[in-house]
Write a protein that binds this ligand. Structure first.
Ligand code: PLP
Length: 446
């Protein structure tokens, strides 16, 4: 791929601009291997130090990654938008796409009736001076968080969970700082950490959440922030158990040098209780998005935290995007208050649980140990991701290669169960079993 791309530039800035341009046009695909520093320097008749500076700058912005002997590559999802024509091709016609990690649109509560009610009662336009978190929304959000044991005196809103996490990391850390993240963990978070120029330290995960010893090791290695997914961990489905929460709270108690971020994105969809860590450290934030239960297009998350942390996020938002639209806030409030919506979300949660546990059980019949305690994904350790993904594609199923989610964790594939029907489980498990050798590793924690 990269061999055909005509790199240009005589300075670090123009060389990195040429690489970015290659990514935008699709000439440099995600994962494309770049020439070695020496080879490109010779091609462009510049010094190796110039090329090294260009690579370094793009690494700090999360565009490139260096994997030891494997050289420098384009990140799988670099923070540079490719042209539409360069985006990944749609799966073959008839193939079932289980790679997306999206909720089933048929199980999202319909927003039409609430939008109509809002339209009928729109009131006067809201201007800059009245904007902010609506007090009535804050009150309901507080009650919902407190019911789950999360202290919610101070809270604000962000445009989704990842926006909240970006603002938190931006407010507390500087490029080069280390962040402890789950390994395997959410690909978008790994991409964000890279794009912010932060250093990820992987913390191994089992079904009960991040391993306490892994968190302790990350702290010893200098992590300035720790991101924990409370439930429906992506990709493994892990949920922090009562016992793990107790251990982690003891480990983190009173720490003043660590920003603790909890991502409770499954929220009302989670069928397991929340065991929060919130309030354990001096700097903490608990982020709960509405994406999964109510719809990813409702870009809103509630962010509770200590007073300073919340004030930093609110203040930084004010000098940037400003606030989360009160139109969206009113829509979310209406959804929260509607018992029929509660019912639908409960039914969606139950339906995801059936498909997830059904697939894990069907795989167990083939002697395969898969993971999926909560959420919409099943994580299946495999000996070789590429061959499994390819064999499944040939059998008409698209699954996500684990490489997108891993730092040092062993290989696996992620199967999103949200669009599966119960009748799909047996043929899918059989296809996964055929694609996977029988001598599997039994877990994903290292
Ligand atoms: C771990 C995790 N956190 C958060 C989200 C949702 O993020 P957002 O609120 O930005 O849509 C997802 C969605 O897939 C996720 O997997």
């Amino acid at each position: 791929m990269s061999a055909r791309y005509q790199f240009t530039g005589a300075t670090a800035a123009t060389i990195s601009a040429s690489i970015e341009s290659g990514i935008r046009t699709g000439a440099l695909a995600p994962d494309a291997v770049l020439p070695s520093v020496r080879a490109l320097a010779a091609d462009l008749a510049v010094s190796p130090a110039t090329v090294a500076r260009a690579y370094q700058e793009l690494r700090q912005r999360g565009v490139l990654t260096t994997a030891g002997r494997h050289g420098t590559r384009v990140r799988p999802r670099p923070p540079v938008a490719a042209r539409r024509s360069a985006l990944r091709p749609a799966p073959l016609p008839g193939a079932r796409d289980l790679s997306r990690g999206e909720p089933d649109p048929r199980l999202l509560p319909p927003i039409g009736p609430h939008l109509a009610a809002l339209a009928a009662d729109a009131g006067p336009p809201v201007g800059y001076s009245q904007a902010g978190v609506l007090p009535e929304l804050a009150e309901v959000a507080r009650a919902r968080l407190r019911a789950d044991g999360v202290p919610a005196e101070d809270l604000t809103l962000t445009g989704g969970a990842l926006d909240g996490i970006e603002r938190l990391l931006g407010a507390h850390l500087r490029p080069g700082d280390a962040v402890a993240v789950e390994d395997p963990g959410w690909a978008n978070l790994l991409d964000l950490v890279a794009a912010l120029g932060l250093r990820p330290i992987g913390v191994p995960v089992d079904d009960e959440g991040p391993l306490t010893a892994g968190v302790a090791a990350a702290l010893s290695a200098g992590a300035r922030a720790l991101v924990v997914t409370s439930r429906a961990q992506n990709p493994t489905g892990a949920a922090v158990s009562a016992a793990r929460a107790k251990e982690l709270r003891a480990l983190l108690a009173g720490r003043r040098d660590l920003l603790l971020i909890e991502d409770d994105h499954a929220a009302e969809l989670a069928r397991v209780p929340l065991h929060p860590l919130a309030g354990t450290t001096a700097s903490w934030a608990f982020v709960r998005s509405v994406s999964k239960p109510f719809g990813p297009d409702l870009r809103l998350a509630v962010l509770a935290g200590d007073e300073t942390t919340v004030a930093r996020v609110t203040g930084r938002t004010r000098v940037g995007a400003g606030w989360v639209s009160t139109v969206l806030q009113r829509l979310v409030l209406a959804l929260w208050r509607d018992p029929a919506v509660d019912d639908l979300v409960g039914r969606a949660a139950q339906s995801y649980e059936l498909r997830r546990t059904g697939l894990v059980a069907a795989l167990a019949e083939h002697g395969l140990t898969a993971h999926g305690r909560s959420g919409i994904n099943v994580w299946l350790p495999v000996p070789d991701e590429t061959s499994v993904v390819t064999a499944l594609r040939d059998a008409g199923w698209v699954v996500a290669p684990g490489a997108l989610y891993r730092i040092a964790a062993p290989p696996a594939v992620r199967v999103t169960v949200s669009s599966l029907a119960v009748e799909d489980l047996t043929p899918l498990a059989a296809a996964l079993a055929r694609a996977t050798r029988p001598d599997l590793p039994s877990g994903f924690a290292t």
